[in-house]
Design a protein around this ligand. Sequence first.
Ligand SMILES: Cc1cc2nc3c(=O)[nH]c(=O)nc-3n(C[C@H](O)[C@H](O)[C@H](O)COP(=O)(O)OP(=O)(O)OC[C@H]3O[C@@H](n4cnc5c(N)ncnc54)[C@H](O)[C@@H]3O)c2cc1C
Length: 451
Amino acid sequence: MRIVVIGGGVAGLAAGYELVRAGHEVVLFEAGPVWGGQVRTFEIGGGRIESFYHHLFRSDTEIVALIDELGLGPDLRWIDSNVGLHAGGRNYPFIGPLDLLRFDRVSLLTRLRLGLTALWLRRVSDYTRYEGQRASDWITSHVGREGYDRVWGPLLRAKFGAYADDVSMVWFWGKIYLRFASREGGLFAKEQLGYLRGSFGRLVDALLEALTAGGAELALGTPVARITIADGRVSGLSLADGRHVAADAVIATVPSPLFARMLPELPALDARYAELLEAVRYQWATVLVLALDRPLSDIYWLTMTDDDVPFVVAVEQTNFVPPAEYGGQHVVYFSRYADPGDPIVEQDVQQVLDAYEPYIRRINPAFDRSWIRDRWLFKDRAGQPIVHAQYHETIPPHRTPVAGLYLANTTQIYPEDRGQNYSIRMGRRVARLALLDAARAADDAAARALP
Ligand SMILES: Cc1cc2nc3c(=O)[nH]c(=O)nc-3n(C[C@H](O)[C@H](O)[C@H](O)COP(=O)(O)OP(=O)(O)OC[C@H]3O[C@@H](n4cnc5c(N)ncnc54)[C@H](O)[C@@H]3O)c2cc1C
């Protein structure tokens, strides 16, 4: 079969990899100037780093298997996690359960409730009991108003903005369950986070090499404009430059609204499917990255809980990976998820730095612009799908209404939250689904041809 994959993020690359391994002809189109999508990387101090911070959890077994399969296993390091909360102008380490007890921003009762509810959630494996429930309601009734207002509420608002109160309890469950359930020793064990020596860009490279070795045609900077249909099934696609490419099947890994634009006849074919694509709401992911001549703090992942702070988390990569990997520079990401109408969507790196500077000083009052050696701003409009309480009823199936055409994007990752592990799992599964359907169609045709 000749299968075209749209999108060169990890879902598209994993789908293509699965297909070439099964001996099929693959053509992969990526609109952007680099491979990797949300896992794209850039150079810094002679090293390489993700544009958007990335690490793995122990529960990310699919990506670990792929890393091993591609021979990168020895370069996957598991590093003790070093996380903290910033509240009321102070940085609180949050590494073990004792740190929770020391978190004096909330009453002792709330601290105990925070701990006990986390312990409870890590034991619940059937998430369906939470479908239709809002995390805000569950947290308010189980942890209390203070726990919601001071701890979980600000975190939900930071990620989901105006939609925070409506976020599904399944999303919240997934965050706790997956993070703790995979730890040996449970809640009381030290957490370890995974990172690939030289960045996850090396996994992207290894997938590209495997695709090339399998004979795939890889086209960077080549946006797909339209998907074409003939005799009720997918026939190929047309590129933005006007070329037409024929295909027996197409797997699209682009965000849902972009996919809908590639298929204007969809509402007439299946109005419900078209509605599902249009109903998805995303938050923009934005990160300001600073390369500094000295450390900002001693915490890797510092979550900001004060409502007035314009970024959700400060991720100091060099408290995770040694600065030597980036030419001795200290690298910090300041992450903000933004509604589409948020001014940051239009701002440049200087404007964002100006806005963030007073709050960066809250983390370390000595911070000074003279520490900055370099700065970058990265944005992705489909950074985080908004997983609302009825989300489970709105996920479009991978099989689209057009035979031979499949969709595999981050909105279909459920009940887990989006992550490389799940994009890889989905890409590989959808590739197998496409092959299975093609095999069934061939069997049916052969059966019909029998006398
Ligand atoms: C801020 C942030 C932090 C994250 N942190 C982590 C983490 O710590 N750990 C982790 O595992 N995961 C993390 N993730 C999630 C992870 O990066 C994603 O789950 C994964 O990369 C999504 O891959 P994808 O291939 O589904 O989508 P994408 O990476 O979005 O790929 C889709 C591709 O389609 C291309 N495309 C769009 N339109 C067209 C077109 N018309 N023609 C051709 N190509 C097109 C795009 O350019 C893009 O490259 C993070 C994501 C963000 C945004």
